[in-house]
Design a protein around this ligand. Sequence first.
Ligand code: MG
Length: 164
Amino acid sequence: MISKKMAQEINAQINREFFSAFLYLAMANDAVDKGFNGTARWMTLQFEEEQEHALKFAKYLQDQGEKVVLGAMDAPQTEWSSILAMFQDALAHEKKVTAWINDLYTLALEEKDYATQSMLKWFIDEQVEEEANCNEAIAALSMVSKSVNGTFMYDRQLGKRKED
Ligand code: MG
């Protein structure tokens, strides 16, 4: 059993995870359009991962006897000036997600809601990985940003991302 406020906040997070999926899909689409097929694959896998995050929160809510309520989503940005800019936006977005998850954890602490605290630990760890992945791509792409060849080489590297 969780509080109505917690259920409401988790529902909001489900929508945000779906928006994250939508944002990564928009990035994948723009990458395909510009011929960066490796980046497109990376972003498509991320799109799938974000949907899994949303469904993981949804399952938790349902296991707690609460209803999942989906809301409207904003349209994502559809164009980026470079794949470096894409990863910079992805990092900025993931930082927001990290802050939202931290807020959920703070609420769970305040409410002495141990089950939600336990569930959120997986997401807290996941966010460290999400930010690290973006930082790694940003560091590499920053080094080769003035080289078309270097950017294409790193794009191929991104395309080797394995499914989790
Ligand atoms: Mg996520």
